[in-house]
Every structure is written in C-alpha cells, then in structure tokens.
Ligand binder design. Structure first.
Ligand code: APR
Length: 272
C-alpha cells in the first residue's frame, strides 16, 4: 500500500460505521482482471475510434464497410472476456455486502464479474455483455459468460466471409421469437439502464465508494455528486486520478484490487 496506510485506515473507519454504503464502479475495477480500460494509456479508445464502434450506426457502418478490420479487436475481446476472473477488488466488494456494510454496486462495467464475485444487489447502468436482447421482441436472456464465448468462437471459426449477416449469426437466436439478438449493452447515444434506481440508491447512501472511473461519462458521473448532496461520505480509489476532488473525503491513489482487500481486513480487525 506504500504510504497510504492512513487513508486506508480512514476509509475502513468510515465504512465500519456505515450500514448503507454504495459503490459506483468504472473500468478500473476490472483492470486487474486483465480487461483493458477505455481511457488509460493503450486503452480501448486509444486503439479504435469510439465513433466507429461505440454507437449502433457507427458499428453497423464499420461492419458494412470493412468487417475484417474489426476482427482482431473482436477476437481480443473474446479472449479477454473468456480469460477474465473476478479480482481481489471484486471479492472485497462481495465481502462488504456479506458484512452488511455495502448495499448496492452500481457499475459501468458489462463483464459480469461483480455477479461472479458474489455481489447480489447490482445496477448495471451500461448493461451486461452476456445478456442477449432480441432485436424484434426485446426479450432478454442471460447466458453463462464462458459457455457463450465458446459457442461464439466455434461459430466464428466456420465463417468464411465477414459481414453484417455472418457476424450477426454469431449471437444465439431469441428463444421466444427466433429473431437475431445483440448483447444487452448500452452504446453511446443509447439510454442507460436502471437510471432511476441508481439515482435513488446514490441519494440514500451514507458512504459512496467511487472506484476505478475517470468520471468523464454521464450520467454515471453524477452518482457521487448525488450522494454528496445528500450528505454521504465520498471515498475515491483510483491509482492515477481523482475525478471528484472537490467532493472527496478520502482519496486513495491505489489499485482497487489492493486497497479494497486491505480496507476489508482492517474492518475485520486483521492487520492490513
Ligand atoms: N484500480 C482502480 N482504478 C484503476 C485501475 C485499477 N487497477 N486501473 C486503472 N484505473 C482507473 C484509471 O485511472 C481511470 O481513471 O480506472 C479509470 C478508467 O477510466 P475509463 O477507462 O474512462 O473507464 P470508465 O470511467 O469506466 O469509462 C466510463 O466510458 O466508454 C465508456 O461505456 C464506457 O463504461 C465506460 C464509460
């Protein structure tokens, strides 16, 4: 933890008195699971233009014009999401729920790792990559992360020509109406999910953990401000930046996979 023992102790002391904490998470929480963040050095948006793949029309346009171009990134995403496992930061958040300190995890991440670590009260404002949504009847169905990736990879191996229809055929068909499905994730220009509940829990919490986010994407960046407005303590954990300096009570410039387990151990009365 380097020289941040005081801040870790302060965060542990605040959380040990909290009964209604909420965590709001960004891509940094999954960085130690091997999943690239978006805006770090070499992050996803360093390597591909968000407007080419981040909006529905951009993605369709790019697929129509040059589907082959997206193949390496698509295969990298499959590999990354297949190999990813929840990291100590995810497990520490599940521990905080078990200790009845943490009520809800709001996350911008779509990788399903919070569920797999054991958190049960989740608000996935940007959706979930492994919940498929039908493009016709909007029915959604959740799949097992690794099984779905295996299935997609198998089908990918049989494709000879990459274009919209062959790539759309990779996703499982809707189990209600049989039509094409897509990952139920929120792309730029699409409405975020479960927003009213995210605001509600942000306004009701007594402590907000702001974890691994650059705070540049709204409305997710509003949640810490909403919490602060209602008097919550704000604890930011992020090794390189604090996107909310004016409202922060404790800032810990450490990776979440290191800081969160140390905080949990202190609350449990074990040495950090
Ligand atoms: N622990 C904690 N924080 C980390 C770690 C780590 N191990 N590694 C990196 N970070 C921090 C970085 O310092 C950065 O501030 O995580 C943050 C990641 O920022 P972004 O890549 O911008 O990710 P995020 O804030 O989640 O982006 C929000 O933007 O493109 C959209 O939909 C996408 O959900 C995403 C949204």
């Amino acid at each position: 933890m380097g020289g941040w023992a005081k801040e870790i102790e302060e965060a542990a002391s605040i959380l040990s008195r909290s009964t209604q904490a909420v965590a709001t998470c960004g891509a940094g929480v999954s960085a130690e699971s091997g999943i690239s963040t978006f805006r770090d050095e070499g992050g996803i948006w360093d390597r591909i233009d968000p407007m080419e793949v981040g909006t529905p029309s951009g993605l369709i346009n790019t697929l129509e014009r040059d589907a082959e171009k997206l193949l390496p990134l698509f295969i990298e995403i499959l590999d990354t999401f297949e190999q990813a496992e929840p990291n100590p930061g995810h497990f520490a958040l599940a521990d905080l729920e078990d200790m009845e300190i943490l009520k809800t995890v709001i996350t911008q991440n779509t990788d399903n790792l919070h569920q797999e670590a054991g958190n049960t009260d989740l608000i996935e404002v940007h959706g979930n990559m492994f919940r498929m949504k039908c493009l016709a009847c909007y029915q959604t169905k959740k799949y097992d992360r690794k099984k779905l990736i295996e299935e997609i990879r198998e089908k990918l191996g049989q494709i000879r020509e990459y274009n919209i229809s062959t790539l759309a055929s990779l996703a499982p068909r809707c189990n209600m109406c049989g039509f094409i499905t897509r990952p139920d994730v929120v792309m730029f220009s699409e409405a975020v999910q479960d927003l009213p509940r995210a605001y509600k829990v942000s306004g009701e919490c007594d402590t907000m953990l702001v974890l691994g986010t650059s705070g540049v994407v709204y409305p997710a960046a509003y949640f810490p401000m909403e919490a602060r407005k209602k008097g919550a303590k704000i604890i930011v954990i992020n090794p390189t930046e604090n996107a909310f300096p004016s409202i922060t009570d404790v800032y810990i410039p450490v990776k979440t996979g290191e800081a969160l387990p140390a905080i949990v151990n202190l609350i449990r009365g074990e040495a950090a």
